[in-house]
Design a protein around this ligand. Structure first.
Ligand SMILES: C[S@@+](CC[C@H](N)C(=O)[O-])C[C@H]1O[C@@H](n2cnc3c(N)ncnc32)[C@H](O)[C@@H]1O
Length: 449
């Protein structure tokens, strides 16, 4: 395999057969020795074409006699790749985008259709020259945003109901950006200044995140993250700023017992251990052993000793009843707050999968509420922006369990600025410039109060 576009096409073929985009891309990139620049182009072409699939299909529908879903899948992928470059890659000259796409068609079984591929792409260029945007859009606001920004209607609808049109559009645009990388510095091994200096001397630009004392955002490209200074030494972990907020809300104290009910791969478990100065006990529970292996690796790299792993379903761990001072439930969710990180996630979730997740989340929160000692604290968190998995789960829990109440964040905590009138926290990415998150802290009250 020789050129970036051919490699991107091969990955897309796997994705359309059901592979996860990141897994398929990694598999192919590992087998191919490509210069950095080409790796970046392949990554951009794969993630971009997957992410912008609905918009690109709408253009094919508009420009070809046969609709996109009637085209052979491989031809559809080739057209998507070509249109993606023309529409979203300003640095690629239009002629290069057209010629390489025609070549792809020729080399992948469509030599009889090179005229069609060439004509369709050139027609797009002609229309772009004539009007601001050649893409035809319907009046209906949900479909309009869905086609323009490439999201399924149901996701647009869920956001529209919470935000209105203008903000939903901003959120859609934000979710189509290349994701940033944040680090969380491990104060047990080093400090923010030392990491900042080490990264800067390796030519990496970073910036601090307001109110988050251990966070640094990488603002220049880095190459493989494991090669950055301080990784092997356990100086830092990769963790988005909004995920860092969760452990601050839990506010664990040295020598306490904390139960992390959905812990793998351990981003929050290790943060909790750091906040507890590695004193006390953290039970890291998860039902997926492969993900727990990652947690083990992270724990070793960060040189933490207070974490103990427990493999199992947190709906069935009676040994933890009344054992925890604090319990974290970082629940499995639809991930609508992190769609920018997973190009294909928007196409994998459905309204039905959200309903199933809400049932699982409800069961989990009911079970883990038994894990706390009297007067104990729970934090419930998700990285989704779907009310059925957030406000819905918590409101139902509180309605059925009147001895629990929401405890809003303290004024001096890093979480203060994200609190809502209801006391839960909602991070909207287009406002805060970090992953979307929901989190709430609940305390069991004494009946006598
Ligand atoms: C959002 S992820 C947790 C991320 C983790 N807290 C972190 O910060 O790295 C949700 C986790 O829940 C686990 N999970 C799903 N259902 C579970 C259950 N019934 N009991 C325990 N773990 C479960 C999944 O395996 C997954 O690792």
């Amino acid at each position: 395999m020789t050129n970036s576009r051919q490699i991107a096409f091969t990955v897309l073929r796997d994705v359309h057969k059901g592979a996860y985009a990141d897994v398929a891309l990694d598999r192919v990139l590992q087998k191919t020795k490509l210069p950095d620049l080409d790796r970046r182009l392949v990554t951009e072409l794969v993630y971009g074409s997957v992410r912008r699939q609905r918009t690109l299909d709408a253009l094919i529908d508009q420009l070809a006699t046969k609709k996109s879903h009637q085209q052979p899948q491989d031809l559809r992928s080739i057209l998507q790749l070509g249109l993606y470059q023309l529409r979203y890659q300003e640095r690629i000259p239009a002629s290069a985008a057209v010629n390489t796409t025609v070549q792809l068609a020729k080399e992948n079984g469509f030599s009889g259709l090179t005229g069609f591929v060439n004509g369709l792409l050139r027609q797009y260029i002609r229309l772009t020259d004539k009007s601001a945007d050649p893409l035809d859009l319907p009046e209906n606001p949900v479909e309009r945003l869905g086609i323009l920004h490439s999201f399924p209607d149901w996701i647009v609808q869920v956001w529209l109901e919470q935000l209105g049109i203008a903000e939903t559009e901003k959120l859609c645009e934000w979710m189509n950006q290349t994701p940033t990388i944040d680090l969380r510095v491990n104060p047990l091994r080093t400090n923010l200044e030392e990491v900042e200096a080490a990264l800067q001397s390796a030519g990496i630009l970073v910036r601090r995140i307001p109110r988050l004392p251990q966070a640094l955002r990488l603002i220049s490209s880095t190459g493989p993250i494991q090669n950055l200074p301080g990784f092997k030494e356990g100086w830092w972990s990769v963790q988005d700023s909004s995920a860092q907020l969760v452990s601050y809300l839990l506010d664990p104290q040295p020598s306490e017992v904390v139960i992390d009910a959905c812990a793998a791969p351990g981003g929050k478990t290790t943060h909790i251990a750091e906040l507890m100065k590695d004193e006390g006990k953290i039970w890291a529970c998860d039902r997926t052993s492969s993900r727990l292996r990652k947690l083990q690796e992270n724990t070793q790299r960060l040189n933490l000793h207070s974490i103990e792993i427990c493999t199992g379903d947190s709906r069935n761990l009676p040994q933890f009843y009344h054992a925890g001072d604090r319990v974290l439930l970082d629940a499995p969710c639809s991930g609508l707050g992190t769609l920018h990180r997973h190009a294909d996630a928007r196409w994998r979730q459905t309204p039905e999968s959200v309903q199933e997740l809400a049932i699982l989340q409800t069961e989990l929160v009911v079970h883990i509420s038994n894990f706390v000692k009297p007067d104990g604290v729970i934090v419930y968190a998700t990285c989704t922006l779907h009310p059925a998995e957030n406000e819905g789960v918590i409101s139902a829990f509180l309605a059925n369990n009147p001895d629990w109440r929401i405890e809003p964040p303290q004024r001096d905590s890093p979480n203060w600025g994200y609190s809502t009138p209801q006391g839960w926290l909602k991070v909207w990415p287009h406002h805060q410039d970090m992953d979307g998150f929901f989190m709430v802290r609940l305390r069991k009250t004494n009946n006598s109060e």
